[in-house]
Write a protein that binds this ligand. Structure first.
Ligand code: EPU
Length: 351
């Protein structure tokens, strides 16, 4: 492997990406460019190769599956600054580089007396990835606290700042997810209140706080701790068992279809959809009903603790995991007539 470096970046040829994807599958790239300082991005995007849509931008590698090698260069954003840019007393504006580890950022905000992100504790990945799929957990989506997203626009060749209402945020979706070849998220600005308004509606959080011995109104750090405990119990740790969190999105179907399914399967969970005439179903429940939980094809498997999580028990290839995912989706389609779609980005193959 040949290597080179400049101020704020490093370049390696024929680089392995096994440690840069949380599934831990074998993959490589003809060239890996690691940006460690945001200031280097202007120089790096001066190179036509890095502006090319075939360049894959990598954050924590926790929301992608390498079903093959990266076809072109890979740009890894390892930029790590966090700045409190405005303090209005009741709330503050914080700007974080794309490469900041998301959970470290959540802990930083709590440590600075800022609230709002506690339900999103321990989500794998980076700050830059958070707006792309509008990460969400335990009844909160990140869009509620994003003030603006900074990105490099490969279409125009310049840096832009998009206010949240220009980002087309929706459930696990945004403008950036629709145009992955165009925008490279470089930093995110958050507006975070100091006064804590707990969001405890999601099943399990209040029970966990009680189990922790928290009486009365919890503090934000205690809610984060409850979320961390629930996640540790339900979701496999990617440092131990390769995975990318939920592999499928919860499907959104017409309300009439949800009602017909509910009549046939009275125990089926049904949640509110985006509007009155749509409903969100639980992909985990649908997959579980098809008998996949704990299933294993060699080293490619489904977590025994959560039906929505595909796991690499050791040496599964990305293609084996993708084939398992396709079989799971086909069985849900055949049994319930519902199409489920992957949440992670798939590199080297199409769904
Ligand atoms: N369920 C099953 N079998 C299982 C697991 C769950 O039947 O093995 C059913 C249960 O009825 C449960 C329901 O599915 O009530 C929902 O399960 P859970 O509360 O775990 O939530 P989820 O819809 O499966 C979503 C997010 C998670 C997030 C949790 C908590 C998506 C695709 N996933 O999962 O996000 O942590 O809610 O808010 O929206 C991720 O995106 O990577 C992720 C982990």
């Amino acid at each position: 492997m040949n290597a080179a470096s400049g101020t704020g970046y490093r370049i390696a040829e024929h680089a392995r990406l096994d440690a840069r994807n949380t599934f831990g599958v074998r993959a490589s790239a003809p060239m890996l460019v690691e940006a460690t300082e945001a200031a280097a991005l202007t120089e790096l995007f001066g190179y036509a190769m890095l502006r090319d849509p075939s360049t894959l931008v990598l954050g924590g590698g926790s929301n992608l599956l390498f079903a093959g090698d990266a076809p072109g260069a890979v740009l890894a954003l390892d930029t790590r600054r966090i700045d409190l840019v405005e303090d209005h007393g009741t709330h503050a504006v914080v700007r974080a580089d794309a490469g900041v580890v998301w959970h470290d950022f959540v802990l930083w905000t709590l440590g600075h007396g800022l609230t709002g992100l506690e339900n999103l504790a321990l989500i794998p990945g980076t700050v830059g990835a958070a707006p792309i799929q509008n990460i969400g957990a335990y009844g909160v989506e990140v869009r509620e606290h994003v003030q603006a997203v900074e990105a490099f626009d490969r279409g125009t060749g310049g840096f832009i700042r998009l206010p949240a209402d220009a980002c087309a945020f929706a459930y696990r979706d945004s403008l950036f997810k629709h145009a992955p070849d165009r925008y490279v998220v470089t930093a995110v600005e958050f507006a975070l209140p100091r006064a804590f308004q707990p969001r405890l509606g999601y099943a399990g959080i209040e029970d966990e706080l009680r189990a922790m011995g928290v009486e009365g109104a919890p503090r934000a750090a205690q809610v984060a701790e409850a979320v961390i405990r629930i996640r540790r119990r339900k979701l496999p740790d990617p440092a131990v068992t390769g995975n990318a969190g939920s592999f499928f999105k919860n499907p959104i179907v017409p309300a009439a279809q949800a009602e017909a399914l509910l009549a046939a399967h009275p125990g089926m969970p049904v949640f509110r959809g985006a509007g009155d005439d749509s409903r969100k179903l639980s992909a985990a429940w649908l997959i579980d009903q098809c008998g996949w939980k704990g299933h294993r094809d060699g080293d490619a498997g489904v977590s025994a603790d959560h039906a929505l999580v595909l796991v690499n028990h050791g040496h599964a290839s990305g293609l084996q995991l993708l084939e398992l995912a396709r079989r799971i989706a086909a069985s849900v389609q055949a049994r319930f007539g519902v199409a489920i779609e992957p949440e992670p980005r798939i590199v080297g193959a199409s769904w």
